[in-house]
Design a protein around this ligand. Structure first.
Ligand SMILES: [Zn+2]
Length: 322
């Protein structure tokens, strides 16, 4: 089968022929319908080590087929007890079982077929296109978790979302659905229109421009200097949720944090399959309509280059079986 493999020492994936996976007991093989391209993949290619003391280790060993946003159809199971899954359209709730995230701990979805634990499968509702289902487990569920789990949003909140890429636009929409007032923040004004269409009241280039807006919650999909600015800009007792890994170190003002009784909270992916089910239901109901752009599997390397340049609106997906 065709697969996008990241080899040792390489800084880009290579599309090669590899054997198709077979399911072990308790595992299923999907024919991949679509897989998402994520900024995290760029960090992986750069060799970033996703580990820190007292965390789950997401370090990617190589060679590895990338792709942690996957949806497709179950074509084989390792145990007859799991036959009910055969033929079902599914997305993979990547955070359900730690240490078996596709594209990180195990081979991922940038391939024609992908083997995953049955416990990580979530049925895709009828009417949800497979390209949209592919970005639900990471891009949209990550935004949902940041807004609802880490951010504990309510309708009374005044929220700034920093970084208006795929995740940020989803967060703007999800925060807006809860009734909160939402502002968008991005250094690239060409993204403002999409954020306003998703429900942002207005957009600015830097979160410090919102210091007098009474912000109670900031969700930062960039990370680093933006987080320092967010801690300063959020109001008394405000929460800053950090998702983006855009910097390896950052400084935060202790005065701002302590005198303002502010909270700084890290949010990773979506820890529960139930978040993915909720997100898929919101999509099926037409409440979230993620912008996705399909790119040819053969052009993955240049697609990742475009993602790195920051010139992508919404989320890129590819269909390895086309
Ligand atoms: Zn991702």
């Amino acid at each position: 089968m065709r697969a996008a493999v990241l080899y040792p020492e390489a800084s880009a994936v290579r599309i090669v022929d590899v054997p198709e996976p077979r399911p072990a007991t308790g595992w299923a093989v999907l024919e991949v319908g679509a897989a998402g391209l994520c900024h995290t993949d760029l960090h992986v290619m750069e060799g970033m080590q996703f580990s820190a003391k007292n965390t789950v280790d997401y370090t990617v060993t190589r060679p590895r087929i990338l792709g942690h946003e996957v949806a497709g159809t179950v074509v084989e199971v390792g145990d007859p007890a799991d036959d009910e899954w055969l033929g079902r359209r599914v997305a993979i709730g990547s955070g359900e079982q730690r240490h078996v995230t596709p594209g990180m701990h195990i081979d991922g979805g940038l391939a024609q077929f992908c083997a995953v634990p049955v416990t990580s499968l979530v049925t895709v509702p009828d009417g949800v296109p497979i390209e949209i289902a592919a970005v639900a487990p990471d891009s949209i569920s990550t935004a949902y978790s940041a807004v609802h789990q880490a951010g504990a949003i309510s309708a009374a909140d005044r929220v700034a979302v920093i970084g208006l890429g795929g995740l940020g636009l989803s967060a703007v929409r999800i925060a807006g659905l809860s009734g909160a007032t939402v502002f968008g923040v991005d250094i690239d004004p060409s993204r403002f229109a999409a954020a306003e269409a998703a429900g942002a009241r207005s957009c600015v280039g830097d979160v410090t421009e919102l210091t007098d807006e009474g912000l109670s919650l900031v969700i930062d999909f960039v990370g680093g200097r933006t987080t320092s600015a967010a801690v300063d800009a959020v109001g008394v007792a405000g929460r800053v949720v950090l998702v983006g890994l855009g910097a390896s170190q950052m400084t935060v003002s202790p005065l701002s944090l302590v005198l303002g009784r502010k909270s700084l909270i890290g949010s990773l992916g979506s820890p529960k399959g139930q978040v993915l089910r909720k997100v898929l239901d919101l999509i099926a109901a037409g409440q979230i309509t993620p912008a996705v752009e399909a790119v040819p599997f053969d052009e993955l390397v240049s697609a990742y280059d475009r993602l790195r340049s920051g010139k992508v609106l919404g989320r890129m997906v590819t269909r390895p079986n086309d």
